[in-house]
Design a binder for this molecule. Structure first.
Ligand code: ADP
Ligand code: MG
Length: 248
């Protein structure tokens, strides 16, 4: 594993009104590393990802990207956001644009790239996620799983250095979950640096180099997946993992 640190936080704090949602989060993500964040609903996972890509203003600590403190660089944030791709639960594609047009929008407008070059890349990416035949379709003609794969392509075409995924399969029917997770697994294999929030435990174990377990705004436990799933160290992690077991 390459140990070059790509993205890092030091003593990150974030509050909403009087509620402290992130309490002193120190974390780092190395180049090529895949880290999965798990934890109960409301523990701060989405807020954490949103802080990392500049969608929330932080109240304390630092966010460091490529060795540079970015949490204070509001003017450069739009550039930084291109390098930190994020995919959410809802895939908000523009309904009046085709799949291809949706994908071309940001590289043409925000990055001012040339259309033939971007179109070629979009074609390759759509092929890679198995959706080339949908390029001229409109979002309403696609299933949830297909739209989510388009959302991933839309992010990848910006050439991000790191991808953040926030429960991207949570709103999907079970049969569509797999096709989206498969795309993320393949991205992991290709060496993409990723931070993934998910409740899909089998997937978490398969895709990750490291698991971070969060509860109530703190990192409670951090380990390689095998250790975390087979012998969690804390009671809180044990209780959380027990929720995924059934006994008759
Ligand atoms: P998770 O993704 O782990 O479910 P979130 O990061 O969404 O958790 O939320 C953590 C806490 O912060 C919750 O108590 C939530 O209600 C609160 N919260 C999140 N976003 C906001 C906001 N924009 N305004 C006020 N409170 C918020
Ligand atoms: Mg969330």
């Amino acid at each position: 594993m390459n140990q070059e640190i790509l993205l890092q936080t030091e003593h990150l704090h974030k509050s909403f009104d009087k509620q402290e949602v992130l309490k002193d989060i120190s974390f780092s993500l190395s180049k090529g590393e895949v880290v999965v964040v798990i934890g109960p609903s409301g523990c701060g996972k989405s807020t954490f990802l949103r802080c990392l890509n500049g969608l929330e203003i932080i109240d304390g600590g630092k966010i460091i990207f490529h060795g540079e403190k970015i949490s204070t660089q509001k003017k450069k944030m739009h550039l930084i956001r291109q390098k930190i791709g994020m995919v959410f639960q809802s895939y908000d594609l523009f309904p009046h644009l085709t799949i291809m047009e949706n994908i071309l929008l940001s590289p043409l407008k925000a990055q001012r790239r040339q259309k033939p070059e971007v179109e070629k890349e979009a074609t390759e990416l759509l092929k890679r996620v198995g959706l080339l035949e949908k390029k001229d379709a409109y979002p309403r003609q696609l299933s949830g799983g297909q739209k989510q794969r388009v959302a991933i392509v839309r992010s990848l075409i910006m050439h991000p250095d790191v991808m953040l995924f926030d429960e991207v399969t949570a709103a999907l029917d079970p049969e569509m979950v797999r096709e989206v997770l498969q795309v993320i697994l393949e991205l992991a294999k290709s060496g993409m640096t990723m931070l993934i929030v998910t409740h899909e435990m089998e997937f978490a174990r398969a895709v990750s180099d490291r698991i971070i377990f969060m509860d109530k705004g703190v990192i409670v436990e951090e380990d390689i997946p095998q250790n975390f799933f087979e012998c969690p160290k804390t009671e809180r992690a044990k209780q959380f993992l027990n929720m995924f077991h059934y006994e008759a």
